[in-house]
Design a protein around this ligand. Structure first.
Ligand code: C2O
Ligand code: CU
Length: 484
């Protein structure tokens, strides 16, 4: 006997009802996750005033375009460099072939050097980078129009195009430059180089660490390199982590001092033998007197290192202990009072399942919101800003704010008691909370993102915006601007 029809139909209706109950909200989540093909970064997300003035866009001084916030437009540059970007096969200094990106035929690109007070002019020519390219001056607090972020401060430079960056070198230190167009691909592939603001000194060693095709290098060389320096020389080793993950670095063979972090001098550094945890995008300057037997910079593990000094340097692994900047060095005035903050922001990093631009996955969240519906941190020029960065996302994130240096006030509620710990890139581990503070002294629209660049491409990215700032550029759009 066949089953009576009404029951079967009822069953089907119930099943259909359940399916709709699941699919309709899913469809809604999917549809609301779509990122428009083209949008204005200044209009992204929702304004977060951090408890401060809400004048925002309608400030009485009127609007100011990012485009007008340039460096000096007149004057003969003291340092003038042209960098030609190409997509090509090239050879590492140690001989391996890489299919990636070069600047003037090499990766890393040429070392740029300037002294404090000099006018730097860099002309980027894109000969053959198909997605377009830009140059961002990581850690140099340049005027906003020189910041090199595609879709925010300029259009990506297309094949056959060029762009001129001009800025005054103001703070001595170790920095680097890299493309900020499809940066998760172009930086990995080699579109970066080092820039040092300081006169060249006999004991200086620049060590840019980068992994090409899974092979870790120092200055584009796998294995163990060498720099000849006479014993007794005071060496300053400028180490740059251009990769996506934190790396332990340090000197073997002699105690050393951490004399600068992210282009800012450390006050009262003491001698250490521990390893230094160098966040992705961050820099550290290590100082030591070259011993008779030489010394060795180790990048991560002994397999990648740089012997420095006369003859053979000691080999081996880095010690297990780690330098902690929360207590390293001695206090000094900050130049501003974080207790008198005009803004108090939270940058809460989480992760949850859902859709991002229609794609299902586990996505990063900022204050519970998924990209592009993330907070826009609003400030006015002159504000003292405090920001609490916390992370319960299950992974560590090297957080990088453009255009500013911030000082670390505390970690997990423990106050910083060492040297002022100035950063532009700060490793925030899972379940960690950092409180930082800075002065809003560089008007513009500034990225504030994770420097594990694939994470930024997955939406761990927002902006700090000064009131009244507008940008004529668009993410997406005719120039296919894709900053991450
Ligand atoms: Cu080094 Cu927004 O980047
Ligand atoms: Cu990250």
């Amino acid at each position: 006997m066949p089953e009576p029809k009404p029951r079967r139909w009822r069953g089907r209706l119930v099943a259909l009802g359940i399916a709709l109950a699941v699919l309709v909200p899913l469809g809604y989540l999917w549809a609301t996750s779509l990122v428009p093909g083209s949008y204005n970064a200044a209009e992204m997300g929702y304004a977060d005033y951090g408890g401060g003035s809400t004048d925002g866009h309608a400030h009485h001084h009127g609007a100011m375009s990012v485009k007008d916030l340039t460096g000096p437009t007149t004057g003969t540059p003291d340092v003038a460099v042209t960098l030609i970007a190409r997509k090509q096969k090239f050879q590492l200094a140690s001989g391996e072939t890489v299919d990636g990106y070069t600047l003037n035929g090499t990766s890393p690109g040429p070392l740029i050097r300037a002294r404090v007070g000099e006018l730097v002019q860099v002309t980027l020519v894109n000969e053959s980078v198909p997605d377009g390219a830009t140059l961002h001056w990581h850690g140099i607090d340049v005027p906003n129009a020189e910041d090199g972020v595609a879709g925010v401060t300029q259009d990506a430079v297309p094949v056959g195009g060029k762009f001129v960056y001009r800025f005054k070198a103001e703070q001595a230190g170790t920095y680097w430059y890299h493309s900020h167009q499809v940066s998760s691909d172009e930086v990995k592939g080699g579109l970066f180089g080092a820039i040092v603001i300081a006169p060249s000194a006999p004991g200086e060693v620049v060590a840019a660490i980068h992994t090409y095709n899974g092979k870790r290098t120092i200055n584009g060389r796998t294995g163990s390199g060498r720099v000849d320096l006479p014993a007794g020389t005071t060496a300053r080793v400028r180490v740059i982590n251009t990769d996506n993950a934190i790396l332990r670095v340090g000197l073997l063979g002699t105690p050393y001092k951490v004399v600068a972090v992210d282009g800012r001098d450390v006050h009262g550094p003491s001698s250490v033998t521990a390893a230094y945890p160098l966040a992705a995008g961050a820099r550290v300057d290590l100082e030591a007197v070259v011993p008779a037997g030489g010394m060795r910079l180790v990048a991560g593990a002994a397999a990648t290192s740089l012997g420095i000094g006369p003859g053979d340097a000691p080999t081996g692994e880095l010690p297990g202990e780690t330098v902690d900047l929360l207590t390293y060095g001695t206090p000094a005035p900050l130049g501003f009072d974080p207790a008198r903050a005009d803004r108090n922001f939270e940058y809460r990093i989480g992760r949850r399942p859902g859709f991002l631009d229609g794609k299902p996955g586990l996505w990063w969240t900022i204050n519970g919101h998924k990209f592009p519906d993330v907070p826009m941190f609003m400030v006015a020029e002159g504000d003292i800003v405090r920001m609490t960065i916390s992370n319960t996302s299950g992974q560590a994130h090297p957080m990088h704010l453009h255009g500013h240096h911030a000082v670390v006030l505390s970690r997990n509620g423990v106050r910083a008691t060492g040297s002022p710990w100035w950063i532009d890139t700060l490793e925030v581990g899972n379940k960690e909370t950092y409180e930082i503070a800075f002065v809003a002294d560089n008007p513009g629209l500034w990225m504030d993102h994770c420097h594990n660049l694939p994470h930024a491409a997955q939406g761990l990215m927002t902006h700090l915006m000064y009131e009244g700032i507008t940008t004529p550029y668009r993410i997406g759009g005719d120039a296919s601007n894709t900053p991450e």
